[in-house]
Design a protein around this ligand. Structure first.
Ligand code: B12
Length: 215
């Protein structure tokens, strides 16, 4: 692992925003792809924080500070992604949200940044959003896709309920669904009838393009 990736991971583990932003600057100055530092440095760092938290070796205030460092780094890195071409792909419309009861939004932010970098039009509804509101937004904007993120085992069920609500409203198939988030698996996606599973932001982009090509 290169030194800059190691320092990025360390900055999250040690909740050191200055160290994190220093790595962001160095990485961007070197002209490397912003996603690389995210995937090889910051994400492994926050995953380690999650492990320590679940093992009881790190507590909620530290988890919150680590998340804050991660958010600051993520915001700067994602802002540096080259903007997508306006004409290409802008008719691909996506409504995105973190499901109700869930305030985890770092992964969603990365997914959305990658969508926008590919020229897709994204309506970001934020976090802790009810399925009714997500569907209303998608209908209002004529969205082709609804992408939801869920990070808690207790909020995963919202993604299942969304499928049921779309079916009831006669919208299933017209608006395709993408499910993502650390506890989400391909098995879960297929069990609830979601159209696309995105393990990470890159896969999300690939999944949207494939679904558009097949339509
Ligand atoms: C950071 C964090 C927090 C932060 C969130 C800050 C924020 N603004 O998001 C804070 C401190 C607020 C928090 C709170 C809590 N958390 Co928390 N948190 C985490 C942690 C450490 C990292 C999550 C993260 O951001 N990962 C980095 C991102 C990049 O990864 P990601 O979200 O998975 O996203 C990637 C993919 O999944 C995918 N993706 C995700 N979404 C989307 C969307 C789209 C459109 C696309 C294309 C792709 C995509 O692409 C991303 C990039 O590759 C995880 C541990 C973990 N390893 O997941 C625990 C974790 C999720 N939290 C946990 C818990 C228990 C909590 C709390 C209940 C703690 C408490 N006692 O209060 C609260 C819940 C609050 C709530 N109601 O939501 C548990 C959940 C356990 C479970 N089985 O449900 C975990 C797993 C920690 C643990 N091991 O115990 N947390």
């Amino acid at each position: 692992m290169s030194a800059i990736f190691e320092l990025a991971a360390k900055s999250v583990l040690e909740q050191d925003a200055d160290l994190a932003l220093e790595q962001v600057k160095k990485h961007l100055d070197s002209g490397e792809n912003p996603m690389l530092l995210m995937e090889q440095g910051f994400i492994p760092g926050i995953n380690k924080v999650g492990e320590l938290f679940s093992a009881g070796k790190l507590f909620l205030p530290e988890l919150m500070m680590a998340a804050d460092v991660m958010s600051q780094a993520s915001e700067q890195l994602m802002a540096a992604l080259p903007p997508g071409s306006k004409s290409e792909n802008s008719d691909i419309i996506i409504t995105a949200a973190t499901v109700k009861g869930d305030i985890h939004d770092i992964g969603k932010g990365i997914g959305i940044a990658m969508f926008r970098a590919n020229g897709f039009t994204v309506y970001d509804m934020g976090r802790d959003r009810a399925n009714e509101d997500i569907i209303d937004d998608a209908v209002k904007h004529n969205s082709n896709f609804i992408a939801t993120s869920a990070l808690l085992t207790t909020t995963l069920g919202e993604q299942k309920q969304l499928e049921e609500m779309l079916k009831k409203a006669g919208l299933k198939g017209k608006i395709k669904t993408m499910v993502a988030g650390a506890p989400v698996t391909p098995r879960w996606a297929s069990r609830i009838g979601a159209d696309i599973y995105a393990e990470n932001a890159h896969e999300g982009v690939v999944g949207i393009k494939k679904a558009m090509a097949a339509a």
